[in-house]
Design a protein around this ligand. Structure first.
Ligand SMILES: [Zn+2]
Length: 219
């Protein structure tokens, strides 16, 4: 039965690929099967969304303008296996403001403030334009941090801790290993001309915090 099925499916698929009047018998069933498997790719069948819904409970929702991201259905259409660390070159308020601007052409999923506040601006299932590289945008979650790359005093204890909790939670939910291959800086993204988070971002300290937070969460 299995092989007969397979044969029919094979013929059906070829017919569909060729197109035209050849595809007559059996393609209805095939099409339904294909659709059932790829339902999330169809705009009218995408996962239900609720306004203001958060992926990270400790965040506050502030929507970025939809022009700064692309609707998707991650992790079903794109696997999420990277977290990209950014520094805003500005304040928390500035980050929220520019990401709400449709002309900015960029936004991250999250913004972390010096006081440890976290805003979610793009749903994780969507592709935010933050890394300046299409492949990286499609596979990553972007986290922006308040402050300037040349001002180490901007990177506060509260910010490191809040960001580490967020990154640990993301890593848990998508099974991302807690290491520097998977948690990267914007400056490490191929083709970027950005230098953030810069030389004052304390990676040893940050990764230690992420590891500690990750250990507190379920496997
Ligand atoms: Zn950046």
């Amino acid at each position: 039965m299995g092989s007969e099925n397979g044969k029919k499916r094979g013929v059906g698929r070829r017919a569909v690929l060729i197109g035209g009047g050849v595809a007559v018998v059996g393609t209805g069933v095939l099409a339904r099967e294909e659709l059932a498997r790829a339902w999330w790719r169809l705009p009218w069948m995408e996962k239900p969304r609720v306004d203001g819904e958060l992926d990270y409970r400790a965040a506050a929702w502030t929507a970025a303008h939809q022009a700064n991201s692309r609707r998707a259905d991650r992790p079903d259409d794109y696997r999420i296996d990277r977290v990209v660390i950014h520094v805003v070159q500005g304040s928390y308020a500035t980050a929220l403001k520019v990401f709400r601007n449709p002309l900015h052409e960029a936004a991250t999923h999250y913004v972390v403030g010096k006081d440890g506040r976290v805003a979610q601006m793009v749903r994780e299932l969507d592709v935010a334009y933050h890394a300046g590289n299409r492949d990286m945008n499609e596979r990553s979650i972007g986290i922006e941090h308040e402050g300037f790359v040349d001002r180490p005093q901007d990177f506060t204890k509260a910010m490191y801790e809040a960001s580490a909790r967020l990154t640990a939670d993301i890593c848990r939910r998508y099974g991302i290993p807690v290491d520097r291959e998977h948690i990267i800086e914007h400056a490490e993204v191929e083709g970027t001309d950005h230098t953030d988070p810069g030389p004052h971002w304390d990676w040893d300290r940050y990764m230690e915090l992420v590891r500690r937070e990750r250990a507190k969460l379920p496997a």
